[in-house]
Ligand binder design. Structure first.
Ligand SMILES: C[S@@+](CC[C@H](N)C(=O)[O-])C[C@H]1O[C@@H](n2cnc3c(N)ncnc32)[C@H](O)[C@@H]1O
Length: 316
């Protein structure tokens, strides 16, 4: 006779991972077994030092005892609703692997819509051939600031956050991608720390209304910083305050301001930004709304001073 522990030690890895995936589905009240299988593979990969293809290739054999013990510890954390990205210590965003952990928001796929809009605004800016000055307000892990700096070499990028804990992650990622020469991280409230005019200003500030915040999954509320998610009673309090600061920090001749928002907030934000820039005499304004991959009006962009398409330099 063999005890339960010995029995498990002879169980092929693929059966262990399948049972783990089933437990993840049950505990997270999800129906997505494929997603849970991916999570189980990634957790075993972290426990064993194998990449996913090697985890799958090793499926027919029982795993090494040390790897199995380490895997069970990681699985227990995930079953307690700790976000997968925090356990793995990393999240893919815009084709780059960002280090993440407690203290910073895990970058979300919909934020790539904002980065794409920002890169277009940079490429089409008249100063593109020289240097475009960019600001990312509420930089968190640095996902937006560093993706922009990596993909648009003719930029100087400021990443600002009020949270010192978040900025530690941004600084780690800045060093990871060796972008210290063109990225400056600043602590402070919204755009206040900026000391030079900005050509393209981006912001993914917290925008979840207080009442909705209470209804978010435990995984978000218990792990990710509230200051990174909850945006006040209407959700757009911080965005409204930043709209009022725009004219003081955007270049007078030509600039773009680009905001990520929640579903149903685009018209409000558009109105706020247009009102603030019009009151400061900026214009004519070119307002664009970008939809994310789910079709949600996710990003509002307001530009002024850009040349008309036919007046742009060839190849710009
Ligand atoms: C939704 S997270 C975005 C993080 C990152 N930019 C991203 O897209 O993954 C919002 C960030 O704004 C920061 N924040 C909140 N209030 C702020 C304020 N008044 N001034 C500057 N940053 C603020 C939070 O600390 C958090 O890092």
């Amino acid at each position: 006779m063999t005890g339960p522990r010995e029995l498990r030690m002879t169980e092929p890895l693929r059966d262990i991972l399948r049972r783990a995936a089933e437990r993840l589905v049950a505990v997270h009240a999800s129906e997505d077994l494929d997603e849970a299988s991916l999570e189980a593979d990634l957790l075993f990969g972290l426990a064993s030092g194998l990449d996913r293809s090697h985890v799958i290739a090793a499926g027919a054999r029982p795993p090494h005892a040390d790897a199995l013990v380490a895997f069970e510890t990681l699985l227990a954390r995930r079953l307690q609703h700790e976000p997968l990205a925090y356990i793995l210590g990393a999240r893919e965003f815009f084709g780059m692997t960002f280090e993440v952990g407690p203290g910073c928001l895990i970058p979300r796929p919909e934020t790539e819509t904002l980065v794409e809009a920002a890169l277009a605004a940079i490429t089409e800016h008249p100063r593109h051939r020289r240097l475009v000055r960019v600001a990312d307000i509420g930089t968190g892990s640095g996902a937006i600031a560093l993706s922009i700096a990596q993909h648009a070499p003719s930029t100087k990028v400021y990443g600002i956050d009020v949270s010192g804990d978040a900025l530690k992650w941004a600084a780690r990622n800045m060093r990871r991608f060796a972008l210290q020469e063109r990225v400056v991280l600043l602590t402070g409230d919204l755009a206040e720390p900026l000391s030079e005019p900005i050509d393209v200003l981006c912001a993914n500030l917290p925008y979840v209304p207080t009442d909705d915040y209470e209804g978010l999954p435990d995984e978000i509320r218990a792990s990710e910083p509230q200051i990174a998610v909850e945006g006040g009673p209407t959700g757009i309090e911080l965005i409204a305050r930043l709209a009022d600061q725009l004219a003081a920090h955007l270049a007078e001749d030509c600039a773009a301001a680009i905001f990520e928002l929640g579903a149903g907030q685009a018209s409000w934000v558009e109105e706020l930004v247009v009102k603030a820039l019009t009151a400061a005499g900026r214009g004519p304004l070119d307002v664009r709304v970008h939809r994310d991959l789910r079709g949600i009006r996710r990003v509002v962009e307001v530009r002024y001073g850009y040349p008309l398409p036919e007046a742009r330099e060839p190849g710009a």
